[in-house]
Design a binder for this molecule. Sequence first.
Ligand code: PEP
Length: 239
Amino acid sequence: MLKQLLIGNWKSQGSVEEIHQFISAIGRLSAPENVRPVLCPPFVYLDLVKKRLPVGYSLGAQTCSFNLKGAFTGEINANMLQDVGCSYVLIGHSERQESLDILEKQMERAWESNLVPIFCIGEEAPSAWYSLAKKISYLSSISSASPFFVAYEPVWAIGGKIPPSCGYLVQALQYLKSHLKNSQGFIYGGGVRPENLKEILDLHMLSGILVGQSSFQQTVWTMLLAILETYGKVCKKQV
Ligand code: PEP
C-alpha cells in the first residue's frame, strides 16, 4: 500500500519528561496502515524516542554533518544517525541557512549511511521562483539510484497558520514535479494544521506532509494522524 508520510519536525523542543508524556499519549495508537509517521526529535533525544517508538513509526533526524567521522567537534554524522535507528534525515531546512555546496555533501553522507534524505526547498517570498533554480538544477542531476523526497516548504509560509492557496500550491508543485521526475515523492510543509489538512490532501499531489513545532503537541499530532488515516485513504491518487 502507498503510505503517506507524516513528518513531525520537533525543532529545538522537548525534554525527557515532555517526550515521555508525548509518546505515552500517542503510544496508545499504533500507526494507521496507510500512514508512515516519522518523528524528528533533537539529536540528543533520538535514542530515547527510538526506544519508545510506537509500532509503524520511523525515526528521522533534523540534519546531519556534511563530514564523515573524524576531528569535527560537535558534529553528528550520518553513520551515527543510522546507528541509533534513523531512517530519514531532513536536509536543507530553511532555518539552518546552509549553502547548496554543504547540502550536496550532506545528501552524499545520507546515502552512504542508507538514510533517505528529505530535501527541503521553497521560495523566500511569494512567486520568487528564481530563488529555486540552483537547487532544482542540483536535484534534477541526482541519479534514480539515490532515493530522496522533496519537501516543498515555501519559506514565507513556515511557522504561520495558513498555507498558500490551493491554486498557488498546484502551480508550485507542478513546477517542481516537471523538473524533478527522479524524486520518490513530494511532501508539503508550511502552516499545515488540522483545520487545513483536508484541503491540502484534496490536491492529490503529495506523498506526505511535514509539520514543524506544532507536531510536538500531542493533540495536534493525533488529529493530523486521524485525518490522514481516514481522509488520506481517498486521496491516494498521485498526479
Ligand atoms: C517547518 O518548519 O518545516 C514547518 C513546516 O513548520 P510549520 O509547520 O510550523 O509551518
